[in-house]
Design a protein around this ligand. Structure first.
Ligand code: ADP
Ligand code: MG
Length: 595
């Protein structure tokens, strides 16, 4: 076959292969266009899973009469006009591909009216290029796009569509994700003439929470903490689930970069690291996070569906995310206010109610908790502050000197500490709390001391790429600090001479290869630390508790005071909670008091 130019129609259909995978992707593109047009309300109507009809109506700026035809032609966009624009693009679209692609595989009608126009104008296509002749149409200011019979002219694509129910499910998911990205816009969804939901622009706290509840379930807010950090042009805000609210799948993770939902490896890595100390192995955190930064420092043009982004300074972003999340999670300890973290800017996020101290919504992990403490004798310390006189007449709720976890009154079943706090009653799982405190101490000790390194009897020689060998050389001192001695002995050969004493039994070659792969991808690696922490955590678990023994009041109070000053002490090393509080109100409710 000789080389020949493809007809426009076919070019668009080929492009549609990337943009229009299924009805939900059409909805996504149309909603993004409405967002770019400054819409305050976006209404979506679908029939038969979107295959028969999808209609998206917005109250945005509209398209002028003489640009209607252009909107449907390939590579025609109002969003960029030169390379410099692309580099700083802040709109969701910029490739000018969506409308021509969609119109090449469906029957599409575009109706639009600008504020200046006296009426609306409409053009239609039936899967082919036409000389569009706009016709007058009834239309409010804004745009309506009607897409009918998707893939009617591309039977091969149509065959890949799933059942109506499945396709509808995808539409609903797509719409919810978009709605979570823009609280300032209202959304509604109808399917087969039935109202599914209506979301007002969410300016108030309860509207935002309603929206989040719709997507993640209503208990997400109750089991999460607010994040809000800003530094060097980076702003991260949102909600992160408490470790006790983790899941077995990564299906509740939403990360928006300048309003665009992305799945980014760098981001997942930073999040994973921040949770590393509080999540039981294999559990996945839950979060909705918004990263806002100058569009010029993030490249959104790296993925066909724009699902990935590239940060100019990926290390800076990684570090910022990790630190912000770590700080937020570490602050989850008694006495730290639930509703705010450091640097919290309350103008962007409404305060959110956190009743999670009541009963954490989680399935218990299969761990043996029926252990108590024997090794607590060492904690006896006569210099510790003693609790106030039990017969003091001062009312507990008025006494500001009472620490957040209060003073112990009993050791129930040798497992739970009961403590009288300012607000009510605190219950502490002794084993879980002690385990966390021991672990944090072990880590601190380990960080403070020089890491003990142990030479390998037979140094291990491994073959790597030249790039990895260079990388390893560059990190030589870093490795040494962590107790691992790695030398380069040839262009593509590394020799491991020693490993940290604590990591005896770990395969050094696998560890080094994993570290190098991290360094390649993220510019840093926490593998050695992670393995070390796993070991310390297990030492803490076994070292903390031996047998049932009733703790003295002094020992219990000592433990409570330590919890108040220990990072992450809200959870044990496996992500289970260490304490809950029943407020006086809660207790009153049990007895129907004050009704
Ligand atoms: P892109 O969004 O990448 O520019 P599209 O094919 O999605 O490409 O849209 C082409 C152009 O049509 C847009 O640049 C915009 O000018 C116009 N347009 C599309 N949808 C709307 C809308 N809902 N409101 C106003 N203008 C729109
Ligand atoms: Mg677009």
């Amino acid at each position: 076959m000789p080389i020949q130019r493809l007809p426009n129609q076919l070019i668009n259909q080929i492009a549609a292969g990337e943009v229009v995978e299924r009805p939900a992707s059409v909805i996504k593109e149309l909603i993004e266009n409405a967002m770019d047009a400054g819409a305050k309300m976006i209404e979506v109507d679908a029939e038969q899973g979107g295959v028969r009809l999808m209609k998206v109506r917005d109250d945005g700026c509209g398209i002028p009469y003489d640009e209607l035809g252009l909107a449907l032609s390939r590579h025609a966009t109002s969003k960029i006009s030169c390379l410099a624009d692309l580099e700083t693009v802040a709109s969701m679209g910029f490739r000018g591909e969506a409308l021509p692609s969609i119109s090449s595989v469906s029957r599409l009608e575009l109706i639009s009216r600008t504020a200046e126009a006296e009426c609306g104008w409409s053009i239609s296509t039936e899967g082919q290029d036409e000389q569009f002749e706009p016709k007058p149409a009834t239309q409010q200011i804004g745009t309506t796009v009607n897409v009918q019979d998707l893939f009617y002219n591309t039977p091969a694509r149509r065959k890949f569509l799933k059942t109506e129910k499945t396709e509808y499910g995808h539409i609903e998911t797509a719409l919810k994700r978009l709605a979570l990205g823009r609280f300032d816009i209202g959304f509604s969804l109808r399917h087969n003439q039935k109202d599914i939901f209506k979301l007002k622009p969410a300016n108030s706290k309860s509207d935002k929470e309603y929206r989040i509840g719709l997507v993640l379930g209503s208990n997400f807010i109750e089991n999460s903490v607010i994040v809000d950090f800003e530094t060097a042009g980076l702003h991260l805000w949102g909600w992160v689930g408490l470790p006790t609210f983790s899941r077995s799948q990564a299906d509740m993770q939403f990360f928006y970069v300048n309003g665009r939902l992305v799945r980014d490896k760098l981001v997942s890595h930073a999040v994973r690291r921040a949770y590393q100390d509080v999540l039981y192995h294999g559990r996945q955190p839950v979060f909705i996070l918004y990263l806002e930064l100058d569009p010029a420092v993030v490249d959104v043009n790296v993925h066909p569906a724009k699902l990935e982004v590239r940060f100019r300074d990926s290390r800076l972003v990684h570090d910022f995310l990790y630190r912000a999340l770590y700080k937020t999670l570490a602050a989850d300890r008694p006495g730290m206010p639930d509703e705010s973290v450091q640097d919290l800017d309350t103008t962007t996020i409404p305060p959110v109610a956190h009743s999670r101290r009541m009963l954490p919504a989680q399935a218990p992990l299969p761990l043996n908790v029926a252990e108590a403490i024997e090794t607590y004798g060492e904690l006896r310390d006569e210099r510790r502050p003693t609790p106030p006189d039990v017969v003091s007449n001062k009312k507990v709720e008025d006494d500001d000197s009472i620490p957040p976890l209060g003073y112990a009154v009993a050791h129930l079943h040798n497992i739970y500490i009961l403590s009288e706090s300012k607000n009510g009653l605190v219950l502490v799982d002794t084993h879980a709390a002690h385990e966390r405190i021991t672990y944090q101490k072990l880590k601190q000790q380990n960080d403070a001391e020089d890491v003990l390194s142990q030479p390998l009897l037979l140094p291990i020689r491994i073959q790597v790429s030249e790039k990895d060998a260079e990388l390893s050389e560059g990190f030589h001192n870093e490795f040494k600090r962590l107790g691992m001695e790695v030398d380069r002995s040839g262009p593509e050969t590394l020799v491991i001479r020693s490993i940290p004493v604590l990591l005896d039994g770990v395969d050094p070659e696998t560890l080094l290869r994993d570290v190098l792969s991290d360094l390649n991808q993220y510019g840093e690696s926490s593998r050695i630390e992670e393995v070390r922490n796993q070991i310390l955590s297990s030492i803490a678990c076994h070292g903390s508790v031996r047998a049932h023994r009733r703790l003295t009041q002094m020992e219990m109070n000592h433990l409570l005071r330590e919890m108040e000053t220990t990072e992450f002490s809200g959870q044990c090393n496996h992500g289970r909670p260490t304490w809950v509080e029943l407020s006086k109100n809660d207790l009153d409710r049990f007895f129907l008091r004050g009704r």
